[in-house]
Design a protein around this ligand. Structure first.
Ligand code: ADP
Ligand code: MG
Length: 761
């Protein structure tokens, strides 16, 4: 030691300090602890010794700062100021490595660190081959003793046979069938990590190798929980591990856009999360890390939505709600509200009373009683002296709503009007005049409500039914006077998904049907028993009931084929059921034509409606008791559930027969969900589980967020927590202009770019 120059001593000390810093200050790089090393080697550098005195008991943050200072004192390179935008070359990755990473689309530090492992392998406890049971699959490490390439005489099979010794001294043979190139990849003396099935014959142990890696000297592939990435030809696991490891090692501490919030949210730092997500120390640490990364995904998503929709704290109307109003409303109803309706109404009224603009989505299965809740809200608006409007996607729905609202509100003295395209000019003009003067308190209508020339005296509440049928711009026209907004939807989107898709809409669910409503009895029939369905249809028609027969759309944009299929079915049924009056509804009809067919069906002018999936959601055909769906497997469960909601709305016992055109086990299992459940939200969740969100129909594809870790079907708690934080952050800093949010803003730009969102209001 005495003969070492000062320069040699400096380097001897500097190296372990740098490694300790790269390892994140866990005091595990130096055997016996860093502090002892510093006391021994650090005599010529008293300042360094002082800085690192008591290292063992320091907080991690302090350790890292002190390490950086000590490294500076010893003339080490200045600490890299890492940014997620740092290009990979700045991290010391050579051009060859960078080319490989670019092949996976990874260019910056951000890309690389968010390239999360697909899965992990627990290789903490590598066993000796000796302990593995005959026939079991295992991962072991072996050193190559010798190798040979064997050609079997019969059939010209080629075997690579390699003799290994494991760390405990047990010998075994690794075997590869018909992969002669392996021979060149295993060098004598190399240590390999081998996975495969172990066979024991007498004293001999062999392994049929499924895959293997070079242990590569670094302990990245053994003795730990090992990350397994989505790799690619020429870009292997060992390479990816080393690249990520090197990137992490070159950065003492990763910046954290949520540094100010993470502790209070019970979240680990981003530095911890990213390091542990790639190289977990324990399962527990891994879970914590993934939780944080998921949280960030949702938070960025939600901040993005909220920023784009102009902030969620817009001022709206502030309504007065008195107990008297609600008593009068309830007294005029022919039934008591269900508990779910009461709860949702309370949520709606709380929004209406607050100064913030209401933006609430009321979801509920068909027939759950959304319209009644809307009626109560419209009544409150009328009592407050402002106008309310309800906009429905079709005339027939608008008329139906107008009838219901008239039933509920006319007895309370509310002045209602209907505005639809098919009205005569004179009639229309009169309605427009009453809207302008404020004489009309509640108007129900179609797109006619947002046409040129429609002016409200003071629109305070807008209710939009089946909102997904309206374009954003169309809605905006109705919302010019900043009314409170209530959206009603029967599409049973799971809550967790809805929160994310709809961004800053608050959500209420009516998750209970009014009492006495009988569930639609559902049966699945195979293709062979198909005619039974139509025999049953004949019986229903004889009782004076009506029947829907739905045939799926072929493909988007193939309306001609779809029409042909529906027409063929109609002809078949006309032959089969000569006494039944049949008509057809299809996607090529103009909206007025569709309305006319539905109107005639409602009036009972025919018995059986063959239709592609264009049946208007929400139209009541009280005498319809049977829904037959051909090729039911082509529909989503949620969609089928909505379809069967068309029947049994008049209190008659109702049935749904699903004809499975293709009866694989998976198909039947999926359809069975409908036989066993009548709960639209449960069904939608199952649909999501069994198909994956990308396949969920009825949702705009671009509205599907592209999440790496998040699982929309099961992340409800995380989504809600991140959403609350997003709201709090924007409440304090609506445009993220505070310098302390600069990092966060940058991450939103960089990481949420790919995610297309449904615009809200
Ligand atoms: P939705 O709009 O959700 O499809 P509606 O509001 O149109 O449902 O209600 C469906 C039917 O159920 C209507 O005939 C309505 O009168 C009836 N209804 C609604 N709420 C109740 C209730 N609490 N009790 C009994 N019947 C109800
Ligand atoms: Mg309705």
């Amino acid at each position: 030691m005495g003969r070492m120059t000062r320069e040699e001593q400096r380097l001897r000390l500097l190296k372990p300090l740098e490694r300790e810093l790269a390892d994140g200050g866990h005091d595990r790089v130096v055997a016996g602890g860093l502090e002892r090393l510093v006391q021994n080697l650090g005599q010529p550098f008293p300042e360094v010794r002082r800085l690192l005195a008591g290292y063992r008991t320091m907080e991690p943050e302090t350790r890292l700062t002190r390490l950086q200072q000590a490294i500076q004192l010893l003339g080490g390179p200045p600490p890299l100021r890492p940014s997620f935008d740092t290009p990979l070359e700045a991290l010391g990755l050579g051009p060859g490595s960078r080319r490989k990473l670019a092949a996976l689309g990874l260019r910056s530090l951000r890309d690389l660190l968010h390239y999360y492992p697909r899965r992990y392998e627990d290789r903490r406890l590598l066993r000796s081959v000796r302990e593995v049971e005959d026939g079991a699959k295992a991962t072991v490490v072996g050193r190559v003793l010798s190798r040979e390439l064997v050609k079997t005489p019969k059939k010209g099979m080629q075997l690579v046979q390699v003799r290994f010794v494991d760390a405990w001294g047990w010998r075994f043979t690794g075997v590869w069938f018909n992969q002669p190139w392996v021979f060149k990849q295993v060098a004598e003396g190399a240590s390999l990590v081998l996975t495969g099935r172990v066979q024991k014959r007498g004293g001999a142990i062999s392994m049929n190798v499924e895959y293997f890696e070079d242990e590569g000297g670094e302990s990245l592939s053994t003795g730990r929980i090992v990350p397994v990435y989505a790799a690619k030809e020429g870009v292997g696991q060992a390479f990816l591990r080393r690249a990520v490891w090197q990137a992490l090692a070159s950065l003492p501490q990763l910046p954290d856009p949520l540094a100010a919030y993470a502790p209070a949210q019970g979240l680990p730092s981003l530095d911890f999360a990213l390091r542990q997500a790639h190289f977990p120390e324990s399962e527990e640490a891994l879970q914590k890390a993934l939780h944080r990364l998921k949280f960030d995904e949702y938070l960025l998503l939600e901040l993005k939505v909220m920023l784009e929709s102009g902030g969620s704290a817009l001022l709206g109307r502030s309504f007065r709600v008195s107990p008297g109003m609600l008593e009068r409303f309830r007294a005029a109803l022919p039934f008591p509200l269900t508990r779910a309706q009461e709860r949702v109404l309370a949520e709606v009224l709380a929004d209406m009373q607050s100064e913030r603009q209401m933006a609430r989505l009321v979801q509920g299965d068909v027939g759950s009683g959304k319209t009644v809740v809307a009626a109560a809200a419209l009544y409150v608006a009328a009592e407050n002296g402002v106008q309310g409007a309800l906009m429905a996607p079709t005339e027939i729905l608008a008329k139906q709503h107008f009838d219901s609202l008239t039933r509920y509100l006319y007895p309370l003295g509310v002045r209602l009007d209907l505005l639809v395209g098919s009205m005569g000019q004179g009639e229309k003009k009169a309605v427009l005049e009453r809207l302008r003067s404020g004489e009309t308190q509640v108007v129900v209508g179609t797109h006619a409500l947002i046409q040129e020339g429609v002016e409200f005296f003071d629109l305070g509440l807008a209710v939009i039914d089946e909102e997904h049928r309206f374009g954003v711009l169309q809605r905006r026209r109705l919302l010019g006077q900043r009314p409170d907004v209530l959206v009603m939807s029967a599409t049973p989107i799971p809550r967790s998904l809805a929160l994310t898709l709809y961004g800053d809409l608050e959500i209420s669910q009516i998750d209970e049907l009014p009492p006495g409503r009988q569930p639609v009895r559902t049966r699945i029939l195979g293709q062979k028993s198909r005619l039974q369905a139509y025999a049953f249809a004949r019986q229903e028609v004889r009782k004076g009931h009506q029947v829907f027969v739905v045939t799926p759309m072929i493909e988007e944009g193939e309306a001609a084929l779809e029409l042909a299929a529906a027409t063929r079915l109609r002809e078949e049924l006309e032959r089969l059921l000569p006494e039944v009056r049949i008509d057809l509804l299809h996607g090529r009809m103009r909206p007025e034509e569709k309305d006319q067919v539905m109107e005639r069906f409602r009036r009972g002018e025919f018995d059986l409606l063959v239709s592609t999936t264009v049946i208007e959601v929400g139209v009541d055909i009280p005498r319809a008791t049977l829904m037959i769906v051909e090729n039911a497997e082509r529909f989503g469960l949620a969609q089928l559930h909505q379809l069967r909601g068309r029947v049994g709305r008049g209190g008659l016992e109702a049935y749904c027969i699903l004809i499975a055109g293709e009866a694989s086990k998976r198909t039947l299992e999926r359809l069975r969900v409908l036989e066993s459940s009548n709960d639209g939200f449960y069904i939608a969740e199952q649909d999501l589980k069994l198909r994956g969100p990308g396949e969920l129909r009825g949702l705009r594809q671009s509205g599907m967020p592209d999440l790496k870790l998040g699982d929309l079907a099961s992340d409800q708690a995380i989504i809600e927590q991140s959403r609350a934080l997003a709201q709090a952050i924007l409440a304090a800093d609506p445009y993220l202009s505070d310098p302390k949010h600069a990092l966060l803003k940058r991450e939103i730009q960089a990481r949420a770019e790919a995610i297309g969102f449904r615009e809200v209001i």
